[in-house]
Design a protein around this ligand. Structure first.
Ligand SMILES: O=C(O)[C@H](O)[C@@H](O)[C@H](O)[C@H](O)COP(=O)(O)O
Length: 232
């Protein structure tokens, strides 16, 4: 698929540029279909974008927010993506949005994945917006290099929904939407900052082994055009 690079002068311009486009996409989804859905990533990069987006003037009461992936930790953990989104996005005007978590206090992470799949089944068919991050190891969502469930997670013929993932680079166990759930988002974004991440992306483009660099699945096989939002 095609990947388009949108380059910004600095982190503030990147956050504003991406927030403008995402707000426009959500607004037009509401206009056309009466509601909008967005799946966002955790990590350090999205904070400024979340803060900027939270004050954008759209009908947030018609927007459902969920996570591309989550750590198997409760929402009061400082490792929780739910906490990150609650703190930086679900406030100001965006406090009106609905939020569907991926973490559930279930006996096993597999049980939590089943619950998360049920809870999110009504949205994201396809998502109006999916914002992916990328790690320095070429992971995206919780598609980690050599992850125990990577082949299933990247199988585009597999079902929509949430899978579990364990990997050396992941820290705690993870819950992640499958690639099939994200690859056809109407607006599919890879949101990255810094020359180091741009170099990782170039490295990913130069090869084809998805087990080593799962971001390659997004670059090469996503059904939707991939929009790369980047600033140095
Ligand atoms: O951390 C998470 O929740 C996501 O699983 C992960 O895919 C993230 O988007 C990248 O690791 C980038 O993280 P940084 O923005 O911190 O570099």
């Amino acid at each position: 698929m095609t990947a388009t690079l949108h380059e910004f002068a600095d982190a503030a311009a990147l956050a504003a540029g991406l927030a403008d486009e995402v707000a426009a996409r959500l607004g037009s989804a509401i206009q056309q279909r009466g509601s909008a859905s967005i799946a966002v990533s955790g990590g350090s990069t999205p904070k400024r974008f979340f803060e900027t987006l939270s004050s954008r003037d759209i009908d947030w009461s018609k927007v459902t927010v969920t996570l591309v992936d989550e750590r198997f930790v409760p929402p009061d953990s400082d490792r929780s993506n739910h906490l990150l989104v609650a703190t930086h996005l679900l406030k100001d005007k965006a406090a009106q949005a609905a939020f569907i978590p991926l973490y559930y206090d279930a006996p096993t992470i597999e049980d939590a994945a089943v619950i998360a799949t049920e809870k999110t089944a009504g949205i994201g068919n396809p998502f109006d917006v999916a914002i992916l991050g990328m790690g320095g190891d070429g992971h995206t969502a919780s598609f980690f290099p050599h992850g125990n469930n990577l082949a299933r997670a990247l199988d585009l013929s597999g079902p929509r929904g949430i899978l579990t993932m364990q990997a050396e680079g992941a820290g705690e166990e993870r819950l992640t939407f499958s690639f099939a759930s994200l690859a056809d988002a109407r607006f599919l974004v890879v949101h990255i900052e810094g020359q180091g991440k741009k170099d990782v992306l170039e490295q990913a483009k130069a090869g084809s082994d998805e087990t080593d660099m799962p971001i390659r699945a997004v670059l090469n096989r996503a059904a939707s055009p991939v929009e790369i939002y980047w600033a140095p």
